[in-house]
Design a protein around this ligand. Structure first.
Ligand code: ATP
Ligand code: MG
Length: 328
């Protein structure tokens, strides 16, 4: 296969892309604006985390990018093609995994699915063999290779799905929750594989996930949408800088504290590992850790405390629940 030529132009360009669904008919039809005019540019080789709470419009956007949904407004170009118009042509350059669905044939052994995909994607025998060899090794497929897809475990199936999406060596990989439901080992295998695919082959990847550690490990840039509107577009570091006022303090009491004494304005009680410890979330501009410790002294004797870095999960929570402003 020839060396991929590096182009300067973006590989995905969405310009005021919009999707409104209608539920019901006639006068009673209800409009659901799933994606409001959304503009987005992705350069070749980027690894984008496309994030947002449930119902934000992520899958809808992705479906427009891959051509299975027609936009209600705006335009989108993927590798120079209009997805809804050039769906078949685009499919040859695109790999897609929907964690919640399968593109494999349920009753066929994995291997048979790949043979069918080989024909569909017009992959020649030599390329097929070479790519299959790599995928079987990297994704460790050989132990369940002859098993019908319906008998595979979730982790096995997901590895099988990734191989299916990459069989024709696409330039762009679109993944909608590929790590959903995977155990820690399977998750880390999938991540390692995706990282390699992106860093070594420069495959452009768009990933949606609710697992913030996926994002921390993989994504060079994140795009956050909420209610169909883009709220943030930049690097994880950039997001952390902009929400930098967020901090967390983990406090352990000698005995179960008086929880009421911890309910202080401006200090949010996030979680407890057990009945003696609590994770407090606060704004660094408003409080210092000694001030917090002073304030919660009424709750009980403090045994230990430690400062926690504002993790991405914490930041996203604030973003999803807040008014969308990032405290510029
Ligand atoms: N085919 C459809 N018909 C009508 N409404 C739809 C359709 N598909 C999605 N929606 C609505 O559009 C909105 C966005 O849904 P979408 O699936 O894009 O969200 P999401 O960001 O992928 O969420 P999740 O994290 O839960 O997967 C939701 O309100 C959803 O109910
Ligand atoms: Mg979704």
């Amino acid at each position: 296969m020839s060396e991929r030529t590096q182009t300067r132009s973006p590989i995905i360009v969405a310009d005021n892309l919009e999707k409104t669904f209608f539920r019901g008919r006639g006068r009673k039809a209800v409009q659901i604006p799933a994606v409001k005019p959304l503009s987005l540019t992705v350069e070749p080789g980027e690894f984008i985390g496309f994030l947002g709470p449930n119902g934000a419009g992520k899958s809808t956007t992705i479906k427009m990018l891959i051509g299975i949904l027609e936009p209600s407004g705006g335009t989108v170009h993927v590798d120079g093609l209009i997805p809804a118009k050039h769906r078949v042509h685009l499919a040859l350059r695109l790999g897609v995994v929907f964690g919640q669905r399968t593109q494999l044939w349920w009753d066929l052994p994995l291997l048979e699915s790949y043979r069918l995909l080989k024909v569909m994607y017009r992959v020649n025998e030599a390329d097929y063999r070479r790519q299959m060899e790599t995928l079987v090794e990297l994704l460790d497929l050989s132990s369940f290779w002859h098993t019908p897809v319906r008998q595979l475990s979730l982790g096995q199936r997901m590895r099988g799905e990734l191989a299916a999406a990459l069989l024709h060596r696409p330039k762009i990989l679109v993944l909608d929750e590929p790590t959903i439901g995977l155990d820690v080992t399977a998750k880390s295998d999938v991540r390692r594989f995706l990282l390699r695919e992106n860093r070594e082959r420069r495959t452009t990847i768009v990933l949606t996930t609710h697992d913030m550690s996926d994002v921390e490990e993989l994504c060079t840039r994140i795009v956050v949408i909420n209610q169909g509107i883009k709220m943030f577009d930049g690097t994880v570091n950039h997001l952390e800088e902009r929400t930098g006022a967020l901090s967390a303090l983990h406090v352990t009491f000698q005995t179960t504290p008086l929880w009421d004494a911890i309910n202080l304005p401006g200090i949010e009680h996030l979680s407890s590992d057990d009945d003696r410890s609590v994770l407090l979330h606060y704004n660094r501009r408003q409080f210092t850790p000694p001030q917090i410790l002073e304030q919660i002294r009424e709750a009980g004797r403090i045994e230990d405390f430690r400062m926690e870095e504002p993790r991405l999960e914490l930041i996203m929570r604030t973003l999803y629940e807040g008014d969308g402003r990032l405290g510029e």
